[in-house]
Design a protein around this ligand. Sequence first.
Ligand SMILES: [Fe+2]
Ligand SMILES: [Fe+2]
Ligand SMILES: [Fe+2]
Length: 400
Amino acid sequence: MTFNPLEQRGIPLDRQIRNWRELNVDQVDPNHSDPYTRCRIITMNGIEVEAVMFSHHFARVCPDMDVKRRLAEVRYVEQQQQKAVNWLLPGVSSVLETVISYEQVATDLTAWVARMEPDPYLKQAYQFGVLEDFDHLYRYANLYEMIEHRKAEKIVDQLTEIIPGRPTKYHHRHPADNVRDPYDRQQASPLSKLHALTIMSAEQQTMNYYMNVGPQYMEPIARQLYQEIALVEEEHVTHYESLMDPGETWWERLVNHEYNECYLYYSFMEQESDPKVKAVWELHLNMELEHLHIACDLMRRYDGREPEEILAPQLPNVMTFEPNKEYIRELLATQLDLTTLGAGYVREAHERFERMQEQIHGGEEPPSERVIDEHREMFGREYRLSTEGEHPDMSLRERV
Ligand SMILES: [Fe+2]
Ligand SMILES: [Fe+2]
Ligand SMILES: [Fe+2]
């Protein structure tokens, strides 16, 4: 690919503010749209939320009034972008339907990143995490049939399988074991930095979403399942954010954020099947090119460095939503029984893991197990969506 965002100029910043009519985007139709269009919307919403929150955190430690004002100007546009993107989601979808799409994002985005990641330690972090969100999808799909009497295949459309992953009850590790070693900002490939930022942003949005929507249910099992999975998303944010080098300067981080937004909007524009949504990706790409330009100017001025020193000369291969069924099946067969110890991975349940398990479960079955039991009582079976043979046996159950 020859697209180099550093060489393009976008829309001038003072022409980026949209009026109410322009912000009033058309919702996608949940019954006739590509599930991956919804996944792209959910991903870009998470990316824009991160853009906004990162800019706020930067502003809070920034003593320079000119920079503070510049950040506020760009951040206002990022906020409008977040509104335009998230408001593409269909209002008729229930929260649980959107949640099922969130876990489909976590599954197929993380699996794609794991496949493409050049650094073996980072690759392992994504392979480890994907088997957990994959299991969340299965738990929520069972809840969905129980409380809304519908099947999750209507939402994920056979693009993503729904079968047990690493059982959610084993995701509750001691918090200290969720901290990974960071990449080295001087050595890591620019692509690795984009991957870490993207997956961290997606998980952070998922964490925030469950924190807020979890109590909006009457059914006790739904309320409890959201609490449990929301706590796992806290672990995932800790896991992925710790991959990033804390030695990156604020200017460097700002440039990486804007470059990543260019990369993702460009990627999604290339593959979008819905013309109205595609137009949003294209418009936002042209806004981000200018944000990137501004971030690069700030870096040159305040950090005394050239952005080319930290960025890829061209955009890497476009990030793609596509089925990863075989890849996930392979991970299920080889990595199901992993847990973490310190910054690494082990196959046996160690003492600190056992202690945490005792504390959090209090000797009872957690909501993620009870949702399956209650589903079986109600329907005489559990909900699964398998597009091929049988699932490898869940050896973790026997071992831990
Ligand atoms: Fe943005
Ligand atoms: Fe999840
Ligand atoms: Fe997650």
